[in-house]
Design a protein around this ligand. Structure first.
Ligand code: ATP
Ligand code: MG
Length: 777
């Protein structure tokens, strides 16, 4: 048997070597679903199946890249190159480019990102003179998105009185008109938004049987990871493509379905067996990721959900430490707790920053955590913010590039027509929009033929418009000979962007310049990199497609060692040795907006399950008794999810404010706070808020020492307090992880005393004595 297959257990091996027919692997977190998919592809290729015939759909492009790399190590890089692997969006964007003309789109269509969609919708709302407080563009966009993901086209919308009624009830009777205008404008601009990439693929596969047949024959084998989070539109695509050969393998975990709010349909996984004939169902039960405590705690949580498939998850891994639960007074205290314990563990166990992840329910929670990490000088990175390519200066450059490829691109045009400023005001732009709509032409066409239109502008403005057209056309000419990198260098200079950002002179301006430089350098990599990747030609169009679909997870080159901060939604499929789940408070997690129905609450619980199961070695749950939300300090209560975990897997820590005050230690652990400024509140006062005493179960009442197992700083100190003892060179000491070792050198004084120790296991290490749990033997 192939050697790599020995890296699978028996239950994993079965679905891995089952190649033909429909099959589903339903299994809990960390049981190797993604590993099975990866090895299965390698196995298929080793059995002679052409990479060209395999389509593999993942939840992020980063996951696809990692899978591909792993497969390349097994079957060889040149073989793995031809695999079609990526998110639904990136794979079908490629297919749509090939088939675009059938749908009336140019093959170089632009992909509008959320920002572009938002701007266009806002502009339509304004043009239609609608009240922007009722027609909030983000809400309108999410409504349009849900139509598209349910395959409700504009025509279907107007044929369905119920939809119109529902929007009218929501005080948005013109919703359908906005939808229509939005769709028309995107079409005219030669642009597809993210949802179109799926909607248009469906249209393509239903309207053109020959196209369907072509891709059915091509993708004889289809694999889908995270199947529980596919939406209706994605479901239909998979269903159609796999219909002929029915070689479809999906893996997923119903307990990790967390995208219902974006249209994911958990029934896709529940009904899979009904959709195909003779479905083989595989289950994996052994978790390889986490400790026993984490696996068992996660099981005890998900058990509370009624809607679920029965599953067993167990692990042969170590028991591990219990899950630590920490209460803080405020969100800032919570941040400090997280930062200081990360700092401590790093010191004690010689860990990397990247061993830690901090997960939260909402992005807004990152601020207090960031403050604390910064004060401790712990490098971190927030994922899920704006992707690099959505930053203002980058979008400015990209907009010029988009116009080169597709001058119909309305959002790109509006963005740069007067940036850098060239005296073309908003009134002129508005006139162009009106005229373009009137003639059913693009804005660029109107500008080009300004003399033949009825646009009333003075001759000075006319010249400015013509100059802009000439500028873009000169770029188009250059694009025929230059590569992306040369083009971008030329465009940033000639358009005046560099000069504009340079003259700014502020630190922000400098950062912007650096970002542009990074973008241009990235293009150089792209141009050089494409020589090694068979399925790209390194064209500008391709570059733009890559960046339109890039998320900031993709930008992570893993070169800087940092703590990862992200929402739980984004953490799906990932794993980290140490995981903090912060803000475990009622109304925050579970979210106040998701407590109306049982099914909403169950989705929140699944989200908590996802969060907890990201942890390999140790999980921390933290909550604060008060927190700044919407600019106000609000009281909060511990999340029901903490209570729902079987108590035997938890270790309730002594809240910081109740620890015996130790100026030396606290001053240092909370280096940013003067010892006498540390808030000290008696335990009772802190917890017994109105009404909460009754509600909180015993384990949250901190009044009796019985139910607290304090891991107090004082205790730790007794052991670690070697820095003022007589430790000298030559001493033999014992460390809990590294075993016995000899002290080689002592540096520094007081709290900063460090010792260089040569350990039997682990070699020479430099340890800060106040953290290293050392004993002289
Ligand atoms: P999730 O539900 O979170 O997506 P998953 O089921 O996809 O999890 P994987 O990510 O494939 O699980 O595997 C979890 C971890 O266990 C990974 O680090 C993986 O390398 C490891 N693993 C899986 N199977 C084995 C095995 N047979 N032997 C050793 N390690 C394994
Ligand atoms: Mg996985």
């Amino acid at each position: 048997m192939e050697k790599y297959l020995s890296q699978l257990n028996e239950a994993q091996l079965e679905p891995t070597i089952q190649i033909d027919g429909p099959m589903i692997v339903i299994a809990g977190a960390g049981s190797g679903k993604t590993r099975v998919l990866t090895y299965r592809i390698a196995y298929m290729m080793s059995k002679g199946i052409d990479a060209f015939n395999i389509l593999s759909l993942t939840f992020t492009n980063k996951a696809a890249r990692e899978m591909k790399e792993r497969i390349a190590t097994i079957v060889g890089a040149s073989e793995a190159k031809n695999l079609w692997m990526g998110t639904f969006h990136s794979v079908f964007a490629k297919i749509l480019r090939i088939e675009a003309d059938r749908l009336g789109y140019p093959s170089n269509f632009t992909i509008y990102d959320t920002q572009d969609s938002d701007r266009l919708i806002a502009s339509i709302i304004k043009e239609m003179n609608l009240d922007k407080d009722i027609y909030k563009y983000k809400q309108v966009r999410s409504r349009i998105s849900s139509y598209k993901n349910s395959l409700i086209t504009v025509r279907a919308y107007f044929q369905n009185p119920e939809l119109k009624e529902a929007d009218a009830m929501a005080r948005r009777p013109r919703m359908g008109d906005i939808y229509k205008e939005y769709v028309d404008r995107c079409f005219k601009a030669g642009a597809m938004d993210f949802d179109d990439l799926l909607l248009k693929t469906n249209e393509l596969l239903t309207r053109f049987p020959e196209v369907l047949a072509k891709y059915q024959n091509r993708f004889k084998y289809i694999l889908v990871d995270e199947y529980q989070d596919t939406n209706h539109s994605q479901y239909l695509i998979v269903r159609a493509l796999s219909d002929k050969f029915q070689n479809i393998c999906v893996v997923g975990d119903d307990a990790q379905s967390i995208y219902a709010f974006r249209g994911a349909n958990i029934n896709n996984i529940l009904n899979f067996q009904k959709d195909y004939d003779d479905v083989k169902v595989f289950r994996l039960e052994q978790n390889y990721r986490s400790t026993k405590n984490i696996v068992n705690a996660a099981n005890s949580i998900i058990d509370k959900n009624q809607t679920k498939l029965d599953k067993v998850v167990w692990t042969a891994n170590d028991e591990g430490g219990k899950i630590k639960v920490n209460r803080s007074l405020t969100d800032s205290d919570e941040g400090r707790y997280v930062a200081s314990t990360i700092f401590e563990s790093k010191m004690q166990d010689q860990l990397k920053n990247s061993d830690f992840a901090i997960l939260y329910r909402t992005n807004a929670q990152s601020r207090s955590i960031e403050d604390a990490l910064r004060k401790r000088d712990i490098p971190y990175r927030i994922y899920g913010g704006l992707s690099f390519y959505q930053r203002k200066e980058i979008k400015d450059v990209l907009s010029y590039l988009r116009l080169i490829i597709n001058p119909a691109d309305e959002e790109a045009l509006k963005r740069v027509i007067n940036f850098p400023p060239r005296g073309i005001g908003q009134t002129t732009v508005d006139k162009l929009i009106v005229s373009a709509n009137g003639y059913n032409r693009t804005m660029f066409e109107v500008m080009k033929n300004i003399d033949k239109t009825d646009v009333k502008i003075n001759s000075g403005t006319k010249i400015k418009l013509q100059n802009f057209v000439t500028l873009i056309e000169s770029f188009q000419v250059l694009n025929q000979t230059a590569d992306v990198f040369e083009l971008a260098e030329h465009v940033t200079r000639t358009s005046g962007l560099i000069k504009e950002f340079n003259k700014d002179g502020t630190p922000e301006g400098v950062t912007r310049m650096e970002n542009i430089e990074e973008l241009v350098n990235g293009m150089k990599d792209f141009v050089e990199g494409q020589k090694e990747i068979a399925d790209t030609t390194g064209s500008l169009a391709e570059f733009l497609e890559d960046v339109a679909l890039a998320t900031d997870l993709d930008a992570d080159k893993g070169d800087v060692d940092h703590v990862a901060l992200m929402t739980i939604h984004l953490a799906k499929g990932l794993e980290f040795p140490y995981v903090y789940i912060v803000g475990l408070e009622e109304d925050l997690f579970p979210s106040a907006m998701s407590m109306n129905t049982r099914s909403e609450l169950e989705e929140e619980r699944r989200l908590f399950y996802v969060a907890l199961t990201r942890a390999e070695k140790q999980a921390y749950l933290t909550y604060a008794l008060s927190r700044y939300r919407w600019g106000k300090l609000v009281d909060s209560e511990p999340s029901r999810f903490i209570e729902e975990i079987d108590e035997q897997y938890l270790e309730i820590l002594t809240p910081i404010e109740e620890r015996r005050f130790n100026p030396m230690l606290d001053a240092d652990i909370f280096g940013d706070v003067e010892p006498n400024k540390i808030r000290y509140k008696p335990a009772k006062q802190a917890v017994l808020k109105k009404g909460s005493a009754k509600k909180a179960p015993e384990k949250f009442q901190v009044t009796t020492p019985k139910n607290l197992k304090p891991v107090s700083k004082t205790d730790t100190n007794a052991k670690t307090n070697l820095f003022d003892s007589k430790l000298v060179v030559g001493n033999i000491v014992k460390h809990i992880r590294f075993g016995t070792g000899e002290v080689l050198k002592i540096e520094g004084t007081g709290a900063d005393t460090k010792a260089e120790i040569n350990f039997q296991h682990g070699g020479v290490k430099k340890l800060l004595l106040r953290f290293a749990k050392l004993e002289i033997v």
